[in-house]
Design a protein around this ligand. Structure first.
Ligand SMILES: *Cc1c(COP(=O)(O)O)cnc(C)c1O
Length: 403
């Protein structure tokens, strides 16, 4: 058996579009970039879309474009891919990592409220100041982790109350909805990403969406070396980056976007197959379902019901690897990353739900192209591996350790 963790779905349309770019000889800043952006803005339901060379680049230029920097704090989640925290660190701002919800793994609104109420004060000039650090709390950066929408009503209400910017990291959640409303439309801006494991891919790539002309304009300048949009090629109005997305990548992204309904439906069907195959197994927890939100299936992540720190998850992982089944640990907690302690951060402990999720979650192979047989084979092997862990568990001690 050899079942990869993920796999893109590239078809004839993608090949035709990319070939057309190559034949046109215009490989960057051409018509495919604007076509991809226009089509994306329409799909996202936002006025502006600005493409970038990666989701990380898109997040970074968004933070810069919003003027978030040294002396500012940004509230976000430690249970995410590192890019959502790194974009804050790049600009010298301070990430404030708060715990996630036990069921959804998304930033818990009650933790955000608690942090703001206990530590912060809204000043007469409208700023919210963290009284313990003296820094200004500027923004909330929620991540719709694994494609499940955050509780955006509550997060938006807190942002209004404290005068905070909302930047949605929707990199894992294209097509997801919260109370019928698409993710990416709740904040001041949102970012999507197109690495090959995402729901749609451009090879590498990302997109900022916003209704703010100023943010969109500034992002266009920042991604293109700080040039003014109408300026001369070698005139740089500000310190920028090369975060451009080539027309080759844009054509691939556009072809995928035109197929998005089909691609999302295929992923949903594979997820349903997994859920049917695994639902009877009480030793694993399946991805959370919310009645008021629709997940866009990015990955299929199960959580082992074993004691955190027992190592069960890692032994299951090893057993699957030997059977030719790829898995990944989504996600190690960001505050435990080796580089993290070298930066100025605010991490009010404990982060119990983040840490137990980080110790017990496992992403199993998932893509819209997986066959019923592959899903069956993975489910069977996983069920056996988890059962073996049950048998290996030590008997519960008869005299419990005093608390
Ligand atoms: C994929 C992803 C990104 C962006 O990643 P890139 O590889 O830079 O495109 C950002 N945040 C989250 C949560 C992601 O999953």
């Amino acid at each position: 058996m050899n079942i990869p963790l993920s796999s893109p779905d590239v078809g004839e349309r993608e090949i035709a579009y990319v070939t057309a770019v190559l034949r046109s000889q215009q490989l960057s800043l051409g018509p495919w970039l604007s076509r991809f952006e226009e089509r994306f803005a329409e799909y996202a339901g936002m006025r502006y879309a600005v493409a970038a060379s990666s989701g990380t680049a898109a997040l970074h230029m968004c933070v810069r474009a919003m003027g978030i920097g040294t002396g500012d704090e940004v509230i976000t989640t430690p249970f995410s891919f590192v890019a959502s925290t790194n974009c804050i660190l790049y600009e010298g701002a301070t990430p404030v990592l708060l715990d996630v919800d036990r069921e959804t793994y998304n930033l818990a609104p009650e933790k955000v409220r608690e942090f703001l109420q206990d530590n912060c004060e809204r000043k007469a000039d409208g700023r919210t100041v963290n009284l313990k650090t003296g820094r200004t709390v500027r923004a909330i950066l929620p991540v719709h982790v694994f494609g499940l929408p955050c509780e955006m009503d509550e997060i938006a209400a807190l942002a209004r109350e404290y005068g905070l910017i909302v930047l949605e990291d929707a990199c894992e959640a294209i097509g997801a909805k919260h109370r019928e409303r698409p993710v990416g439309t709740f904040g001041d801006a949102a970012v999507f990403a197109f690495y090959p494991n995402k729901q749609i891919t451009s090879g590498e790539g990302g997109m900022v969406v916003t209704n703010s002309a100023a943010v969109a304009h500034n992002c266009r300048s920042l991604r293109n070396q700080g040039r003014d949009e109408d300026g001369r090629w070698l005139s740089h109005a500000q310190l920028g980056f090369n975060y451009r997305l080539s027309d080759v990548h844009s054509a691939l992204g556009l072809a995928q976007l035109e197929r998005i309904d089909e691609l999302l439906a295929a992923r949903k069907a594979v997820a349903a197959n997994y859920s049917r195959a695994l639902t009877a197994n009480k030793a694993i927890r399946l991805p959370a379902q919310l009645t008021h939100a629709e997940r866009s299936w990015f990955v299929y992540v199960i959580e082992m019901a074993h004691a955190p720190g027992s190592g069960a998850r890692d032994r299951v992982r090893e057993r699957l690897r030997k059977a030719g089944i790829a898995t990944q640990v989504y996600f190690p907690a960001i505050h435990r990353q080796p580089y993290f302690s070298r930066y100025q951060t605010e991490v009010p402990m404990p982060l119990d739900h983040t840490e137990s999720a980080a110790d017990n979650c496992l992403a199993i192979p998932f893509s819209g192209r997986m066959t019923v047989e592959q899903v069956g084979a993975v489910s069977e092997e996983l069920t056996e591996a988890v059962a073996a862990e049950r048998r290996n568990l030590p008997e519960p001690s008869s005299d419990p350790v005093p608390a």
